[in-house]
Design a protein around this ligand. Structure first.
Ligand code: ATP
Ligand code: MG
Length: 384
């Protein structure tokens, strides 16, 4: 098909002003993401059309559009004059997927003289009369020829690429995601991004215990989720956590180490969120996955801060579900690279699964320098 991509909007259940906001945000995001290409964007109420100059750009653009939140389908199509004779000739010219076929017509303009059933029938008849090797099969066709009858034109296409749906970024506020080098937190970031949220990331490193490679891994994860910034203009905040970790290592009850560490993560993230105006924090926690992800542990972690609110998008997901999303977005291969992250490195032999908040507070009181070290860590944050 020729040089047009029809874009169908995703979860467009929004009404009134919000719908307008959806369309405007999506257009802006598409233009940003495709800024390396020569395109013209034509916006309609339930779809938009991208016209491009260079045929070779088509697949590259589809590979980006496939990950832009707010798009349900990307459809290489032809848009022609609303003339049935032209439609017949053009379709005949364009057909090359031999085999059984079916025609599906969507008569958007109800005033058009042929109804969809008649158009399907006439067009199908015309094709089998003029092309050998083409057989109609309405139940199990090899391919479908879709025709849209609009007020001013016909649109036709034979295949469509599924997008990720969701809502355009910019529609739903800003998140600060605690990003480790693991499998889960990048998926949490991606799911929030798909809901129209602008996502920034914060990661805690403990050099020299964690290597440059493990930080590079986190940077690659952000690049992957945002398609190199094309999808989301995310910042990554890097916090040197080594001194805080050393301080926490002084506690008497080793089994509480990870809880205290998590609480310090939250306190730092909370303070940073105020500075960079994030609306909420998010983690890759999934209920019961490890000791620090029981209800009791998460309660102890969340209660270290009073604001902002903390979301855990993966809380009910199984590991299989998380892995399959990680594979789909391409973060899985990066996440499984064998570089230690700060957390896994300091996990005690027997981490507590039901920590008591009174105990946590008592232990923290013994750490004289914790507050000061947290302040310093924030002052020394590095932003990428
Ligand atoms: P992940 O795969 O996201 O690392 P996980 O199953 O390994 O998760 P934990 O290591 O217990 O679980 O971490 C739980 C959550 O805490 C992570 O999903 C992430 O949001 C946050 N987190 C853990 N380590 C770090 C880190 N070094 N920097 C930033 N956030 C972290
Ligand atoms: Mg981890």
């Amino acid at each position: 098909m020729n040089n047009k991509l029809l874009i169908k909007y995703g979860d467009l259940y929004l009404k009134g002003k919000n719908k307008k906001h959806f369309i405007n945000s999506l257009n802006k995001n598409i233009k940003n993401a495709l800024s390396d290409f020569q395109i013209k964007l034509n916006t309609g109420f339930d779809k938009c059309v991208i016209k491009f100059e260079n045929k070779n750009d088509k697949d590259k653009m589809i590979n980006i559009l496939k990950y832009i939140p707010g798009i349900s389908f990307i459809i290489p199509c032809k848009i022609i004059e609303r003339d049935f004779e032209i439609l017949k000739k053009d379709i005949l010219n364009d057909l090359n997927d031999k085999g059984t076929f079916k025609i599906e017509t969507n008569r958007k303009d109800k005033n058009y003289d042929l109804d969809s059933y008649s158009l399907n029938k006439e067009l199908g008849k015309w094709i089998i009369e003029n092309k050998k090797d083409y057989i109609v099969d309405v139940h199990n066709p090899d391919f479908i020829i879709n025709v849209e009858i609009n007020k001013n034109d016909f649109i036709y296409y034979t295949n469509k690429v599924k997008g990720i749906s969701g809502l355009p970024i910019g529609l739903n506020g800003r998140a600060l995601v605690l990003l480790s080098g693991g499998i889960d937190s990048p998926v949490a970031g991606y799911l929030l991004q798909r809901k129209g949220i602008s996502v920034d990331y914060i990661t805690f490193i403990t050099p020299p215990h964690t290597s440059e490679e493990s930080l590079n891994k986190v940077k690659s994860l952000v690049k992957k989720i945002t398609l190199d910034g094309k999808i989301n203009n995310s910042s990554l905040y890097i916090i040197n956590f080594t001194k805080i970790m050393n301080e926490i290592s002084h506690i008497k009850l080793e089994s509480y180490k990870i809880i205290l560490m998590r609480r310090a993560f939250f306190r730092i993230a909370s303070k940073l969120s105020k500075i960079i105006h994030s609306d909420f924090l998010a983690t890759g926690d999934s209920l019961g996955q490890v000791a620090s992800q029981t209800i009791e542990s998460m309660n102890c972690t969340s209660s270290s801060i009073s604001e902002p609110i903390v979301f855990r998008p993966l809380i009910t997901f199984s590991k299989d579900e998380i892995i399959s999303i990680a594979k789909f977005i391409g973060t899985y291969e990066i996440s499984i690279l064998p570089y230690e992250d700060s957390c896994s490195m300091f996990v005690p032999k027997n981490p507590i699964t039901k920590p008591k908040i009174e105990k946590v507070i008592e232990l923290e009181k013994e750490l004289d320098y914790l507050d000061a070290l947290i302040e310093v860590a924030i002052k020394e944050v590095i932003r990428i």
